[in-house]
Design a binder for this molecule. Structure first.
Ligand SMILES: Nc1ncnc2c1ncn2[C@@H]1O[C@H](Cn2cc(CNC(=O)c3cc([N+](=O)[O-])cc(O)c3O)nn2)[C@@H](O)[C@H]1O
Ligand SMILES: [Mg+2]
Length: 216
């Protein structure tokens, strides 16, 4: 029996045992299998993941940001669809999760397109331009603490990291829910918002993604 391992470590072991190195589809499938048949984990999952894929493919971002890496499942889903030269920065403040995510991303063979940055989103966002030479983001995926969605997009606005047409995609706007964020993006003249209904990962509970285009 495996005592003393964390769920992210057990998820990583499932990837290393079941997925083929360099094959991002098999990494995604291995994590979905683990979460359906072994242990639920808060990855965006396959059903909402399909919606994430379609939005990423439509935007085809050169610069992408993810808030809340966790084990790197959505990081792999996004990075595998980036166009040539595309780059994804993902912020994770839990060092144990970041360590697992780096290995999951490497197993998928996507480490050259992804930068896992350790630290709190609120601390890092003001330094992304100077540190990574980012002008603005084409795409932002929000999946970290739900109370931080709103303050963090306001910070992205203030730091000039959003441009006309930047697409924000937010997970869990129904469950666990992000009421203040939803109200803001749906009421603000600076955003055009659309809700994609789905289900909480690996369950029948309702959840969905909110896509919001920044209008400047
Ligand atoms: N300010 C922050 N900056 C960077 N990373 C952060 C920050 N806050 C949390 N995180 C990280 O997000 C990761 C994942 N995470 C996401 C959440 C919030 N998400 C959820 O709580 C959640 C919860 C459920 N759920 O309860 O069913 C389903 C989901 O899809 C979810 O994303 N908490 N940790 C964790 O590794 C955490 O360290
Ligand atoms: Mg989520």
């Amino acid at each position: 029996a495996f005592t003393g391992t964390t769920r992210p470590q057990r998820l990583l072991r499932a990837v290393q045992e079941r997925a083929t190195r360099g094959d991002s589809e098999s990494v995604i499938a291995a994590i979905d299998h683990f979460c359906r048949h072994q242990e639920w984990a808060m990855n965006v999952g396959d059903e909402k993941g399909f919606i994430l894929d379609s939005v990423v493919s439509e935007v085809s971002p050169q610069t992408a940001l993810e808030l809340g890496t966790y084990c790197g499942y959505s990081t792999v889903r996004i990075a595998r669809l980036l166009p040539p030269g595309g780059h994804l920065i993902t912020l994770e403040f839990n060092p144990n999760y970041a360590a697992v995510a780096r290995q999951v991303i490497a197993w998928a063979g996507l480490e050259d397109m992804v930068q896992v940055v350790e630290g709190a989103s609120g601390d890092w966002i003001p330094h992304l331009r100077e540190h990574f030479g980012i002008e603005s983001f084409d795409f932002v995926f929000l999946d970290h603490w739900k109370e931080l969605y709103l303050p963090d997009i306001k910070l992205l606005e203030e730091c000039g990291l959003l441009r006309k047409g930047t697409v924000l995609l937010a997970d869990n706007v129904v469950c666990p829910g992000t009421p203040d964020y939803l109200e803001y993006v749906r009421k603000s003249q600076s955003y055009e918002s659309h809700y994609f209904g789905s289900h909480l990962e690996y369950t029948r509970a309702e959840d969905g993604l909110e896509k919001s285009v920044y209008l400047g």
